[in-house]
Design a protein around this ligand. Structure first.
Ligand SMILES: NC(=O)c1ccc[n+]([C@@H]2O[C@H](COP(=O)([O-])OP(=O)(O)OC[C@H]3O[C@@H](n4cnc5c(N)ncnc54)[C@H](O)[C@@H]3O)[C@@H](O)[C@H]2O)c1
Length: 266
């Protein structure tokens, strides 16, 4: 059976990367195996088996991954995304990188030319199927995200200071393309909604910091031709990521590369 298992390369061994590695290596029923793990700070992966811990990302091709999953930073896609897609399939979780229209086009063009696949994980966004299926009919897609200020990374938006936000504060309202460079580590689900539905320029994003919140709340509304869908999801946070994001990311990897038989949602 082992020789049939698809091999997964993991970039980023933090909150999500650690979970994905543990699950893939401890649950043979998932039918996948880990090809490599790469992390910028080497000490984090020092305890992993030497054949799994990848020292230089440039050597990724020697590990024969069937899918590379980025669980680290948007910079990975900017710097290596097209190189990965020349060799194998690629699933970035830090989707804000794709708000750069030129990079998105380069990635898609490379995937087309090399017959590889760019996977967009739903990252705990509920309703991606409806967003994609209704692309032709949605006249309006709007996403409101509310987060505790302590979970936001303000390094690309120094005009705001987390400790000075004492009441509900709107940090951004406008097209999704504009919010991605301002909060690249926090608004990946906005990018996922844009990619699934009507794109970065037509999707509207609102980001609210609320110090009274303990969880991350997203509300998505899609409207068009009399059809209306409203989704609300609440997710406890650890660092920049939500708890539901763990199971959702693993499920995306399994759906992309896991063995397929028996009951399947479609
Ligand atoms: N698509 C989504 O909905 C969604 C949801 C949650 C998180 N994310 C994104 O997924 C990524 C991982 O989230 P997390 O909570 O596990 O973060 P984390 O901070 O816990 O872990 C990130 C890991 O990547 C490593 N890293 C950072 N930059 C790197 C680089 N340039 N090269 C190699 N390694 C690097 C860090 O050392 C760390 O170990 C983040 O970019 C986050 O914004 C996306």
């Amino acid at each position: 059976m082992s020789e049939d298992r698809q091999r997964i390369g993991i970039i980023g061994y933090g909150y999500i990367g650690n979970y994905v590695y543990e699950q893939l290596t401890s649950r043979p029923e998932l039918g996948l195996e880990v090809a490599f793990v790469y992390n910028r700070s080497r000490e984090k992966i020092a305890a992993l088996p030497p054949e799994i811990a990848l020292e230089k990302l440039e050597d990724f091709a020697s590990k024969g991954a069937d899918l590379i999953v980025e669980l680290a930073h948007p910079r990975i896609t900017q710097e290596h995304g097209t190189t990965f897609l020349q060799q194998t399939d690629y699933m970035p979780l830090s989707l804000t990188a794709l708000a750069d229209a030129q990079l998105e086009q380069q990635l898609l063009e490379t995937a087309r030319r090399h017959d590889t696949c760019l996977y967009i994980p739903h990252g705990a966004v509920v309703g991606m199927d409806a967003l994609e299926e209704g692309r032709q009919i949605w006249e309006e897609v709007r996403m409101v995200m509310k987060k505790p200020p302590r979970t936001l990374d303000f390094s690309a938006s120094p005009q705001f200071k987390a400790e000075e936000i004492r009441a509900e504060t709107v940090l951004y309202e406008g097209p999704t393309r504009g919010i991605c460079p301002l909060f690249p580590r926090n608004v990946n689900s906005h990018a996922a909604v844009a990619l699934a539905g009507i794109g970065f320029d037509r999707t509207q994003s609102v980001l609210v910091a609320d110090p009274r919140l303990e969880v991350s709340v997203i509300e998505i509304e899609m409207r068009g031709q009399g059809v209306e869908v409203k989704v609300q999801r609440s997710n406890p946070m650890k660092g920049v990521s939500g708890v539901f994001t763990l199971v959702s990311s693993l499920a995306s990897i399994c759906r992309a590369k896991g063995p397929r038989s028996g009951l399947q949602l479609c």
